[in-house]
Write a protein that binds this ligand. Structure first.
Ligand SMILES: [Zn+2]
Length: 55
């Protein structure tokens, strides 16, 4: 489990997740890239394709 930095919801990380994988918060829809390894990941905000830029 990791915590969403946007809304503090718990995000479940699959046991077989790899660094660089994208996980999405089911509460607010924010996407994060897994950073780290050895079963302990940090969440980096992911830049998803198709988002509106320039706001
Ligand atoms: Zn969230």
């Amino acid at each position: 489990m990791a915590e969403c930095s946007e809304c503090d919801a718990d995000i479940s990380i699959p046991a077989d997740a790899l660094a660089g994988e994208i996980v999405t918060c089911s509460d607010c829809g924010a996407s994060f890239e897994l950073d780290g390894g050895s079963g302990s990941f940090d969440l980096k905000p992911a830049q998803t394709v198709g988002e509106d830029w320039g706001q």
